[in-house]
Design a protein around this ligand. Structure first.
Ligand code: DGJ
Length: 327
């Protein structure tokens, strides 16, 4: 092959190479800045200035089994993530015994106290404690210090989610098994407590997440099937307090949400468009460290929410636009 041909081939391959570097691949291994699969399962994301912070369960295979870990990753583009964790390394804080549980950590930033407040589902091996744990830090990456645990509003709480409305108000979402549904609840001024029920959505769903998009609230959740995926559903309401519509399928039910379970909806509002990302976990209960992330832009608007078939895609956080990476 002569030089000219090689140069031509390189030029042709360049866009593909550049593209591949900014591609989000739903369900694939997602390497961090060290080339290791991101450990932020059941996670949540907050934006601080121009940076995004992704927190979640860090379930590395070589974790010390006496501790539970929360991963923290930092990014400006939601594609390339720098490992800043572990944000929390915690040993059994309430004498819960062997195989105690720390799941679905979510972090809020409290502007008043300049404190990062982490909530997580704290439980014993049989999931009977049903409390939230709270930990605090002065920097986004921590280290977070354990503060306390309690049942929000005195109620059993298992899966938790977070919702920050457009006016900055922070809400905790928590699943309540006895009353078969999930609560959206307001936090105290310092975020260290859960003080007011804003809404109870009566539908036995976990992995609850909420987004506000073009004047309507959308809530999603998954059925109670443990680590196994099921058809996740959505409902809408004009105000957070409801009334909420019936829940409907958000993907072809036979796909079981493409093998995933909801954890959050992330709104990326850019200069040209707003994209709402469905963030979900594809759990691998026997090899949890290898559980994957299914992130896809939702088709959303006018009371309808739909998860398109997952495919590699490219996001521009500045404009808020996305496009398929499959030509
Ligand atoms: C489903 C929940 O969403 C997960 O966070 C975890 O608690 C599993 N159940 C445990 O079976």
């Amino acid at each position: 092959m002569n030089r000219l041909k090689i140069m031509m081939l390189c030029l042709l391959a360049l866009p593909a190479l550049l593209f591949s570097q900014n591609v989000i691949n739903p369900g694939a291994v997602w390497p961090d800045d060290k080339g290791e699969h991101i450990q932020a399962h059941g996670g949540g994301i907050i934006k601080l200035g121009k940076k995004y912070y992704w927190y979640g369960e860090a379930r590395r295979a070589d974790n010390d089994p006496d501790y539970r870990y929360v991963g923290c990753y930092e990014s400006r583009d939601l594609v390339h993530w720098k490992n800043r964790g572990p944000a929390l390394k915690l040993s059994d804080p309430e004498q819960l015994g062997h195989r105690w549980v720390l799941e679905r950590p979510k972090v809020f930033y409290n502007k008043g106290s300049k404190t990062y407040v982490m909530y997580f589902h704290l439980d014993d091996a049989r999931y009977k404690l049903a409390r939230v744990g709270v930990a605090i830090a002065k920097t986004p990456q921590g280290p977070f210090k354990y503060l306390k645990s309690f049942r929000p509003l005195g109620l059993e709480s298992r899966d938790i989610g977070q919702f920050i409305d457009d006016d900055g108000t922070a809400y905790l979402i928590f699943e309540s098994r006895p009353t078969k549904g999930f609560y959206i609840a307001a936090l105290s001024n310092d975020y260290l407590d859960v003080v007011k029920e804003v809404c109870f959505i009566r539908s036995p769903l976990e992995g609850g997440a909420v987004v506000h998009y073009k004047g309507l609230y959308y809530a999603i959740g998954s059925a109670l099937t443990g680590w196994n995926p099921n058809p996740n559903k959505y409902a809408t309401a004009k105000t957070l307090a409801g009334p909420w519509s019936e829940f409907k399928d958000m993907a072809p039910p036979e796909t079981n949400t493409y093998g995933s379970q909801s954890t959050m909806m992330l709104k990326v509002a850019g200069t040209k468009s707003t994209t709402v990302i469905f963030m979900a976990d594809q759990w691998k209960p026997k090899t949890q460290w290898d559980s994957r992330y299914l992130w896809m832009p939702l088709q959303i608007g006018d009371g309808r929410l739909w998860l398109p078939e997952p495919q590699p895609w490219i996001l521009n956080v500045k404009t808020g636009e996305w496009k398929s990476a499959v030509r």
